[in-house]
Design a protein around this ligand. Structure first.
Ligand SMILES: [Zn+2]
Ligand SMILES: [Zn+2]
Length: 275
């Protein structure tokens, strides 16, 4: 079945109104679409939802759910962030599910939050200012934060697991075959495997031209398969045209690895469906 549970609209950094994505999804024959605006955070950014818009966001998606109920299932989610004192939106009224992502690392020297998946300059700043150019410390801190999130505020889905590679084109900073990197990824997968958290296969990095592979990389997906961790295919679309971007290829990759099912939210509960 065609679906995506990771969608950004004008409520955060997406380009179009939620309804535009619903119409596109129906046209493409989707069975379900979930919206996941970037949840409000405790500091200023120009890409997360403003706290005062949260109610309107939920009302808007619920309205669409009712309007299009004969054609497609629509779910109200949030892409939440994990940082010290971050709010847990898992039980927030009206929220059907959460995608938990780590985007921020705190730059203490300059009292600001920098993003691990931001522009190249921001990544360099983070590496230099916070980690004294120690890429291993940077990457391991990112994964440690992800592990803490899964233990302390487990979301339904873990977002773009290895987004730390976004600025690592041509292994500019590190090599995914390095033993320390593989060990760290395995450590996180071990934590995930003890929970019900689903790992998303996120095609957003490819469709926006940032990466050459989906998140997570194929070798990680192989480990995920071996460990029997559930996956869900998501496009992380910021524009309706991209809601199924790279899906054909991603399904092929997953099937080649041995996946037969994905876990989706359908008829109100998470269930395994054929890929
Ligand atoms: Zn994200
Ligand atoms: Zn996203």
């Amino acid at each position: 079945m065609l679906s995506t549970y990771h969608t950004h609209s004008v409520f955060c950094d997406g380009e179009m109104m939620p309804e535009d994505y619903v119409v596109a999804a129906i046209k493409k024959g989707f069975s379900a679409i979930g919206f996941t605006s970037h949840a409000p955070v405790l500091f200023n950014t120009d890409w997360t939802m403003k706290p005062e818009n949260l109610c309107k966001y939920i009302d808007t998606i619920k309205g669409l759910q009712e309007k299009y109920k004969e054609q497609i299932q629509i779910y109200t989610g949030l892409e939440t962030d994990f940082y010290p004192n971050s709010r847990n939106f898992g039980d927030y009224p009206g929220i059907d599910y959460t995608i938990g992502s780590v985007h921020f690392i705190y730059d203490e020297k300059n009292d600001r939050y920098l993003t691990v998946d931001g522009p190249a300059g921001e990544y360099r700043d983070l590496l230099h200012n916070v980690f004294n150019d120690d890429i291993r410390a940077f990457v391991e801190t990112y994964f440690d934060r992800l592990g803490e999130m899964i233990k302390m505020q487990p979301p339904d889905i873990v977002g773009h697991l290895d987004v730390i590679k976004k600025n690592n084109t041509n292994s500019l900073y590190f090599n995914e075959t390095d033993k320390w990197y593989r060990n760290k990824v395995e450590e996180i997968l071990n934590i995930i495997s003890k929970t019900n958290v689903i790992v998303e296969v996120n095609t957003g990095g490819i469709s926006r031209g940032y990466t050459s592979e989906v998140y997570p990389s194929e070798w990680i997906l192989k480990l995920i398969r071996e460990m029997d961790i559930p996956v869900v295919l998501n496009s992380d679309a910021h524009h309706p045209d991209l809601i199924d971007s790279y899906y054909t290829e991603a399904v092929k990759i997953l099937k080649n690895i041995g996946f037969t099912h994905q876990r989706v939210l359908y008829n109100g509960h998470w269930q395994n469906v054929l890929l």
